[in-house]
Write a protein that binds this ligand. Structure first.
Ligand SMILES: NC(=O)c1ccc[n+]([C@@H]2O[C@H](COP(=O)([O-])OP(=O)(O)OC[C@H]3O[C@@H](n4cnc5c(N)ncnc54)[C@H](O)[C@@H]3O)[C@@H](O)[C@H]2O)c1
Length: 303
């Protein structure tokens, strides 16, 4: 199977995530069928899809025509068999409960044609748990979107224990084809990658707040006006580069924990991750221009 064999996409669960996931596929040109437990939920999904597409038009991301075409590509049903029979790729976005996902995946495994890829939008559960009874282990994959899923570009794509390279590659290509940026994870891990990073920060913020370090308002302001301000341009690694840590004397830049052998080796090389040392000043200027644009947009007093 190849990406061009994907014609119809199914989305099971039309709630907070499902409606936006469906919009991505429909804007990517795919016939998209959403299924949920009741017509009432599906009517709500369609109304949310319409207003989300209208907002895209208002904000000039897409034309009226593109919005109407995408809307026309989305159909709904309460009958899982109807989604299953003709879909080449199905994304599950139902409740985050292992037994519900297990039951759904087992049903889809029986109902879908053999070639259909089954993806889960779980936030943190693993395929080796809820997907373990599925016979098509090679066709299982994780696509973890971030809310609002029709706007946030990145999607984590992770393999389960039996996911084939073919399934994984088609899934990453499908993400790109539907306007998303696949973040390729090399293994499954409860919480995957980005929620672990996000949860680590949130956990520490809540702990510091509970200990009376600062008010919730000041912690929030601190995050968005300091490293949060930088984040559209740099994550932890580019920050390592641009803050010049790699140029520090070895005795102060060594990682503290001894198990971080890989980081030590990396530091020993004495080079940044992304930036060519010869073009360091150029990279700094580019960064500063981007920051100034954000500063003007978000914080600078109007002159
Ligand atoms: N909300 C987020 O920010 C977020 C972000 C990333 C991932 N996720 C994950 O996405 C999944 C869905 O989360 P959500 O926030 O959209 O939940 P939600 O409650 O808003 O929507 C879930 C939908 O699934 C439907 N549903 C439940 N069981 C079903 C079944 N067996 N068959 C068909 N439909 C069923 C429900 O009626 C509901 O409409 C979860 O696994 C969640 O962890 C959520």
């Amino acid at each position: 199977m190849e990406l061009r064999d994907v014609n119809q996409v199914g989305v099971v669960g039309g709630g907070t995530m499902g409606f936006g996931i469906a919009i991505n596929f429909a804007l990517g040109g795919y016939s998209t069928v959403i299924s949920d437990l009741s017509d009432e939920v599906l009517t709500r999904s369609i109304a949310t899809i319409k207003s989300a597409l209208n907002l895209f038009v208002e904000e000039e991301l897409i034309t009226r025509r593109q919005a109407d075409d995408a809307g026309d590509r989305i159909k709904t049903t309460t009958d899982l068999a109807e989604v299953a029979k003709d879909s080449d790729f199905i994304t599950e976005a139902i409740v985050e409960r292992s037994r519900d996902k297990r039951e759904l995946f087992n049903r889809l495994d029986k109902l879908c044609p053999r070639h259909t890829i089954l993806a889960s939008n779980t936030s943190g559960l693993v395929l080796s748990d809820f997907g373990s009874d599925v016979t098509r282990q090679d066709k299982l994959v994780i696509t973890h979107y971030f809310t609002p899923p029709h706007i946030v570009p990145g999607v984590e794509v992770a393999k389960g224990p039996g996911t084939s390279d073919e399934t994984y590659d088609i899934t990453c290509d499908l993400m790109e084809r539907s306007g998303k940026i696949p973040i390729r994870l090399r293994k499954e891990l409860p919480g995957y990658l980005l929620n672990r990073l996000q949860d680590a920060m949130r956990g520490e913020a809540l702990r510091l707040w509970a200990e009376g370090m600062a008010s919730a308002e000041d912690i929030e302001l601190g995050v968005v006006s300091t490293f949060g301000f930088r984040m559209p341009h740099e994550g932890p690694f580019r920050h390592y580069d641009l803050s010049g840590v790699w140029k520090w004397p070895e005795d102060i830049r060594s990682p503290r924990s001894i198990e971080n052998e890989k980081i030590k080796n990396r530091l020993a090389e004495g080079t940044p991750w992304f930036i060519d040392p010869e073009r360091f000043d150029e990279a700094l200027e580019k960064r500063d221009r981007e920051y100034i644009r954000r500063l003007k947009e978000l914080y600078w007093p109007t002159l």
